[in-house]
Design a protein around this ligand. Structure first.
Ligand code: SME
Length: 162
């Protein structure tokens, strides 16, 4: 009889992200791979995308990069707007269990019910963020936060290599 595996889906995905990281030739390639991996492997991660701070822009602006999921009208977001702006300006992960109850929320899709946004740090400064939307309420628990923060940190480290 086969032994029951104690490895969770989140552990598996973390290992797959490690593999992408060791194989990636650039941060750009890693971001593309992570967006695809998270969207494909985790049922509740219905939209996964990166917003990066536009170099030299004044005032600072978040610009949509690699993403998986439906197209969004929010391709440029200021640091004063949305959950995305809140995460980038505070440098803190923002988890919203019910987007309807958060006045900061900028709607991308009527199907979105919860969201997590994790800042990406490069040499201690916010350089962008990893944003995930879910069609499920309260989709992001502690294990999700840990996984998404881990992925954001892999990207930050790759960007530091430049
Ligand atoms: N909901 C985000 C906007 C980006 S979309 O989710 C893709 C926000 O409130 O900032």
């Amino acid at each position: 009889m086969a032994l029951k595996s104690t490895t969770s889906k989140h552990d598996e995905v973390r290992k797959a992200a490690d593999r992408l990281n060791s194989e990636a030739l650039s941060a750009d390639q890693l971001m593309e791979g992570i967006a695809r991996l998270l969207n494909k492997e985790l049922l509740k991660y219905n939209w996964v995308g990166f917003y990066m701070i536009e170099p030299g822009a004044n005032p600072p602006m978040l610009v949509l990069g690699h993403y998986q999921g439906a197209m969004t009208v929010h391709t440029r977001i200021s640091l004063h707007q949305g959950i995305c702006g809140a995460a980038a300006s505070s440098g803190k992960t923002v988890v919203v269990h019910d987007v309807k109850k958060d006045p900061r929320y900028l709607a991308c899709s009527i199907e979105t019910k919860s969201e997590i946004v994790v800042p990406i740090f490069v040499h201690g400064k916010v350089a962008g963020e990893l944003d995930i939307d879910s069609h499920f309420l309260s989709a992001f628990a502690d294990e999700d936060r840990e996984l998404v923060e881990y992925c954001a940190q892999l990207v930050g480290k790759q960007l530091e290599r430049k």
